[in-house]
Design a protein around this ligand. Sequence first.
Ligand code: ZN
Length: 442
Amino acid sequence: MPLRLFRPLRRLRVAVLALAVAGCGLVTDYVIEPGQNSTSGQQPALLAAVPPAHLALHRSLFIADLHADTLLWDRDLLERTDRGHMDLPRMQQGGMGLQVFTLVTDTPRETPDPDPAIDHCIYATSRNLAGLLTVMESRPPRAWFDLRARAFDQAGKLLDAERRSRAPGHAGPQLMVLRSAADLARLLARRAAGEQVIGALLGVEGAHWVGLDNADEATTRAQVRDLFDLGVRVFAPTHRFDNALGGASEGCSGRGLTPQGRWALLEAERLGMVIDLAHASSATLREAVALLREPVVVSHTGVQEGCTGTCYKLRNLSDEEIRAVAAKGGLVGVGFWPEAVGPNGIEDITRVMRHVARALMQPAFRAAHPRLDPHAHLALGSDFDGAVETPIDAAGLPALTWAMVRGGMTEAQLRRAAGGNACRLLARRLPGGGAEAAAACR
Ligand SMILES: [Zn+2]
């Protein structure tokens, strides 16, 4: 081919490729994401109904949310958008104090059958939508096929947002990624002094590359330390399918922890990570609670009781599981989306909260745990930006805390469920923490 013809052709190919990449980004931003992370349209009316006196109380709360998948999407956390559920300006508007940002690397395509009578399970070989998003968002090629690299790439987005939020001239709230109990204490002190700063924790949802290929104990523990060194402080072994660490609630095996799963959880606990049993099979949850010494969380979930219609029972906690988590001093993070709590928006979120407390008042359980406070085991677990529809986004949190009050919570119970319980658990569990560090949590 003559050179003078080749050059324009090459330029054309580059231009077509650039357009294709930009086009993919636009498709994820304006076609895929709005269909995945939506709100139900109730927020303006819900916020309009919040009395001014409650708004003042809301502003005094420390609000912590145990789960959001925002890092999966092509969004700048520092910029307010109307896409998805969360960015720093909306978090500030909603009064949020702390958010767990989860690294989610494999989201299989199958959706569970809404009919619980149909035995449905998700295989690890199902098509991975997180991978497709990573390619379409033009993330670095190393993150396209390698799950660990994808997790590290997502973590990099949060650390980059933290750095830019601190830059001189940045007008919005600052982001502060917490790695220790001392960091949490600093966050609380800065917020108490009136600074606009929001805490963030890195979590992993499905550590699918840890313990692979029958890894030995030293290798498995080193793979967990690799995540700890990255800054991960919330460790969920499984996501939607069984992996090398154990069985998932929607997995096909029904199994519990593997030897690699036991080594991984013990190492994560030893390092000062919080173990998250959302998406764990019943056997994994039971075995993990028996294995571990420290409190665990189920970061985003619903309850099986009253779970009908759009609500997906298999993914939710039985009363027995709620009691097992609480007996260990752990937390149940109540989700905001219909498959977790039911179709009735914000009223279903508070209904599930009431049920968690009620399950902990069962007479036999009370007799065995007479000093346990049923409201000391509740937390928020929104699943914002987790490919779900929620009644509110981060800016709508005052409507949720008002619904919690209308649902019968006292101010003290509200302070605990909205974030006080999460603060106490993190102060105890994060590196350098302990029971005395929890005293700083209001
Ligand atoms: Zn999840």
